[in-house]
Each structure stands twice: as C-alpha cells, then as structure tokens.
Design a protein. Structure first.
Length: 646
C-alpha cells in the first residue's frame, strides 16, 4: 500500500499549458477592461461629462424677421406678422408604425385633419426639404397650443412654433415685382449662398425678395434651455442670443404711380403690362402686369396644386406671368423711331427728304402694302411721317436698309440691338427674357431646319410652333420690321429703355427698383445707383427731328394720339402702335414727358387691345397724370367751360 502513489494517476503534460493560456487571456481581458475604464474615466471624462450635461440642454432657433420693403415715400409694401404654426418633425416621430398611426389619430383630432392628410403633408414637404419640419396648420388657436403643451408626452415630434410670415398691406399691388419668400429647400441649402441657413429658414424665391435676399434676411437667434429626461423644457433658460432683424429695402417705386398703372390696365379687362421709368438713371416708378394675383398666397406653408394651376392657366390670363418683363410682342409703329435712326445714320434718307405717300407700297411679285385705314398722306418728310404714322414712308425705309447678304441684318437690326432690344435689360430683380430682333441668319437657318430630310417635325407643326419657317429671308421681312411687324419680339421694359436712350441722348440705362438699403434703425447703409449699360452716339439733329415728330403725334391735330393728349396741360412726345398678331391687334403706347425737359418714359401694351390710341394711350395718360401731378378733374372743368362758351 505504501509503495503506491496515493495521489492518483500523473497529470497530463498539457494541463499546465492550458492553465497558463487561460490565465494569460484573463490577464489580457482584465487589462483591456482596465485600460478602457481608465480611458473613459480619466482621459475622456471631461468630454463625456460635457455630453451628459448637453443631454440636459436643448438649443432652440429663434427665427429672425425679414426686413421691410417700402416705396420711395416710405409706404410699406411688404412687412411681417407673427403666426403660430403646428409643426411635425419626422425624425422625432415614433419608429413603430402602430405607435405612429396612433399619434396621427390623436393629432388629427387636434388639428382637424385626417391621418392620411397628415401623412401626405409630411411626405410632400419632405420632397422639398427632408430635414425641414412639416407644417400642418398656420395661425392655430391658443387653446390648441395650451392643450399640446399640457400633453406633450402624448405628441412626440409635434410642436407649435412662432414664425414670421410676410404681410402685404397693399394687397396685390406690385405682386410680380415684389415676388415672395418661402422656406429654404434642399437645393438651396446646398448652395454656398445659403450655407449658414438651417431647414425652416425663410429665403426669397422670386422678384425683389430673391434679388435682395441677403440684405432682407436677418440673423437667427438662439435659446438654450434645460430639459428633462424626456427632452421637455423644465423652464430654466441657460442662455439666449437675440435674433437680428434684416435690413429694410427702399424701392424706387411710387405706390401711387404703380396703382394708377395697374388700375388703368385692369379696367380694360385685357392682359397687358406697363413701365414708368426715369430716362436718365433707370429708376422705375412703376412696373406691372395684368392680371395680377394676391402674393399672400405664397406666404402659406404650401401652395395647393389647384391654386398654382389657376395662376398659370392661360385661359384665365396666366396671372403669374409678368408681361412687363417677359411679354414679347411685335412693337407695331412704336418701332418707327428706331427705323428712323437707322435710316438717317446709314444715309438712306436725310432730314429734309420728301417721300410721296400714295397710300400704297409695291413690295414686288404683285404684293401691295397699304397704310392703316387705307390713309393717303401725300408728300411728307420724316417729322410728318412720325406724326401721322405713315406706314408707306417707313416701308420705303425698310426696303432701302435691307441687307440680305449680312447674317446679322442691316442698319435697322444694328440700331435695335444697340438700343437694347432682343436681350435682357439688366433689371436688378432679374427674371427677364430676351425677345428677338429678327435677322436673315435666324430665318435662313430655321428654313434649312424645316426643309431638311430628317426634320424632327412636319411643316405644319413647326410653323405652329413659330420656331421655323417655310421660306428664307426676303425684302418683305425687312419692310415689315421697319414698322415693328413680322418676327420682332420685344417687351415694354425693353421699349422703355430704347425710348429713354432716344430722349436722353444715347445712354442705355440699367432699369432698377432698388433705391436704398436701411438698417433696422432706419439709417441708410447702401445707395443703389447702377451705372448706365452703354452709350451710343445719336446725331443731335436726328434726335430733335424724331422727338419733334413724336411731339406732333401727341399734341397736334392729325397726330395719332391727339384725341387723347390734345390739350393736355403738359407737352409730351408719344407714339401709338398697333401690331397684328394671331390673337388680335396688340395695342401699344410709349410717351416721353415733359417734352421740353424729358424726365419720364411710360410704355404700355395691351393684348388684343386694338388701336394704340384706343386702349394703350388712355392707360398711359392715367400713369402720366400721377407722374406729372395732373389733375384730370380740373382739365375736365376747363374743357366743359370752353364747350359752354362755344
């Protein structure tokens, strides 16, 4: 018994190794845990302490109000009002589909919306800006605010925020010009100009609001408050930074002139546009289009598709379309002073040349063109031709200046482009189209495209689109251009700039509506006075003759607008225009006043308005009354007294 090993069989050789390995693993694991704890507690303790403290603090953005927009006399055109918005932040909503459905049921009872309406609003606004809160209601009642605050735990992700909303105290006045503001969208947030903004901030979208956004936009404030474990404020405000109101923008617009222009056109009941501008510096006293619209539509969180469709419906006059800066039409006889300048400068006529207006102009190939109303004016010079608006006289000039070998056209095209036609004027609020000064190259290229074997569209379809033609440039195109017909396309603002250059001696002004920027305390911080775009040389004798002819057209018997301006207390120079279009005659009138010391140009056009003297000229007169402080009541009394004496 004593000879045997009482301790049992000998231990395997691997056992000590296993014990050593397990012990090593335990030591390593302990070391890792120890080092991690040491890192968290010692090295990163301050960082995690700060994060823990931050979990007790929530930062709220305090929206800054945008600056006001006022007219040149200080009349407020746009300012702000406060509103309470019921908002939903999708990132804070319950993840569970069931809990989210229950929330929408509860929220629907509070907001007066069906759950599917709430889902649609969130989805639609997420398309514009995924990070932006969705607005369910604006101008919610205080009872709703109190209820939600008392039951916030039952409405996660739902809040009522106080926001600033644009207000338009003058109603629809200057709507196209002023534009509108709205929440910044995803595309804008990626733009460097908006890099400092956050979802939900307001930015300019169109017009003045867009062009001067950086000046009108304020700087948001911030409030840091203590919150509980559920993230709800406990009432303790830790710090606050007050928002900074945006600067105010003073416009060159005169609200009385603007209103006179809009009322004059809207009273006719046809679409149209108007411009009232200083001929020397491009300040715009009025710039408008009819029909107009209520800009407060765009102050809502979202414009319903049906409403937007009405604003763009051509059968309703497309109220959103700005005819003053994008309404391109043939200019009719208002183009004739440009033809006169071109013919004089090129030597195709001199100031004293007499042309016999027989009422007919033989174009060739058996085509004969006539004066409007088949009038016959006899032997006339340039001044008389402008006074009575002789088509035959200017047909003759169009034939003399035709240059089919030049791709860019002849002297008429050259002068039209020099005066700013066929391109944007540089209006400070932008949004302009270009129009067209027709050239042989354009028509010939269009003809080649239309007749090519692989033409993408049939002849009739292409003609309907107006983009191509069934013939090359001909003498008739230049003859038509000479009286503002054919393929020429201009808008009222371009024509106003051209007439301003004629009246001021050759300066191509840059039209603008911005006059001055004031800080919130009313101190001027920036004057807006853009330099002229260009200067062209106009022969003084040619200028005097043309202006004299336009003066006779307005103020002398037999003048085309004498029935409207004969006896007007302020001498003016003015030109009627009646342009043929597929929709009907386009009515035009352009006036420069006062004649002896020109300061203003007024341009008016009316779609389907007929003769310029019948519709556009009376509308222009109402605008001139405001610009020149003419009392029509006094004029009527004088006229009545004269009639009684007779």
């Amino acid at each position: 018994m004593m000879g045997r090993d009482w301790r049992g069989p000998p231990m395997p050789n691997q056992f000590p190794l296993r014990v050593a390995v397990l012990g090593g693993v335990a030591v390593v694991a302990f070391a890792v845990i120890f080092l991690r704890l040491w890192y968290l507690e010692v090295l990163s303790g301050d960082e995690y302490l700060a994060q823990a403290q931050n979990n007790q603090v929530r930062e709220f953005t305090v929206q800054a109000p945008r600056g006001k927009v006022v007219d040149r006399h200080g009349e407020v055109l746009v300012d702000n009002r406060t509103a309470l918005e019921l908002q939903v932040k999708e990132t804070d909503l319950p993840r569970s589909r069931e809990r989210r459905a229950q929330l929408f049921e509860r929220l629907g009872e509070v907001a007066g919306l069906r759950p599917d309406q709430i889902r649609n609003k969130i989805r639609l606004e997420a398309k514009e800006c995924a990070a932006c809160p969705a607005t369910l209601r604006r101008d919610v009642a205080y009872d709703t605010v109190y209820f939600l605050r008392e039951n916030q735990a039952r409405f996660p992700g739902v809040s009522v925020e106080r926001v600033y909303v644009r207000r338009y105290p003058q109603g629809s006045l200057a709507a196209h010009l002023l534009g509108y503001a709205g929440e910044v969208d995803s595309t804008q947030l990626s733009d460097p100009r908006y890099e400092a903004l956050e979802p939900g901030d307001q930015v300019g979208k169109e017009g003045v609001e867009y062009a001067y956004d950086s000046l009108l936009r304020g700087t948001n404030g911030e409030s840091r408050v203590q919150v509980d474990a559920a993230g709800q404020p406990t009432g303790g405000q830790l710090s606050a930074r007050e928002p900074t109101t945006g600067n105010d923008l003073v416009l060159t617009i005169d609200d009385a002139v603007q209103r006179a222009g809009e009322e004059a056109i809207s009273s006719i009941g046809l679409p149209g546009g108007f411009v009232a501008m200083n001929i020397n510096d491009g300040q715009l006293y009025g710039l408008g289009s009819s029909p107009g619209y209520d800009p407060s539509i765009f102050a809502k969180p979202r414009v319903p598709p049906a409403v937007y469709k009405q604003l763009t419906d051509e059968d309703l006059g497309a109220p959103l379309f700005d005819r003053a800066t994008n309404g391109f039409y043939p200019a009719g006889s208002t183009f004739k002073p440009i033809t006169a300048l071109a013919a004089l400068d090129s030597g195709e006529i001199d100031l004293n040349e007499i042309i016999n207006d027989t009422g007919d102009f033989a174009l060739g190939d058996g085509q004969v063109l006539h004066n409007a109303g088949d009038a016959v004016h006899g032997a006339i010079d340039l001044r008389q031709a402008l006074k009575v608006s002789s088509d035959v006289f200017f047909y003759t000039l169009g034939a003399r200046t035709n240059d089919p070998k030049s791709d860019d056209g002849g002297p008429i095209q050259e002068w039209a482009r020099a005066l700013g036609l066929g391109e944007p004027t540089g209006l400070d609020v932008g949004g302009e189209g270009a129009g067209r000064v027709p050239t042989p190259e354009q028509r010939n290229d269009a003809y080649a495209e239309n007749t090519a074997p692989d033409s993408p569209c049939g002849k009739e379809i292409c003609l309907d689109k107006g983009e191509v033609t069934d013939r090359e440039w001909s003498l008739g195109d230049n003859v038509n251009l000479a009286i503002g017909q054919g393929d020429v396309q201009v808008d009222p603002l371009q024509m106003a700039v051209a007439y301003a250059a004629l009246a001021n001696g050759g300066d191509i002004v840059r039209p603008h509506v911005g006059l001055r920027v004031d800080d919130p305390q009313g101190r001027a911080i920036q004057e807006i006075d853009p330099a002229v775009r260009d200067h062209i040389e106009i022969d003084p004798a040619a200028q005097r003759t043309i202006m004299d002819g336009l003066h006779g057209a307005a103020m002398e018997p037999e003048g085309t607008s004498y029935p409207v301006f004969g006896g007007y207390p302020v001498d003016i120079a003015g030109k009627t225009g009646t342009a043929e279009t597929a929709q009907g005659d386009q009515s035009w009138y352009i006036a420069v006043a006062p004649y002896d010391d020109p300061r203003y140009v007024v341009a008016v056009t009316i779609e389907r308005g007929g003769f310029g003297a019948d519709t556009a000229a009376p509308a222009a007169q109402r605008i001139l009354d405001e610009l020149l402080n003419v009392d029509q009541a006094s004029i009527e009394q004088v006229d009545a007294g004269s009639a009684a004496v007779e």
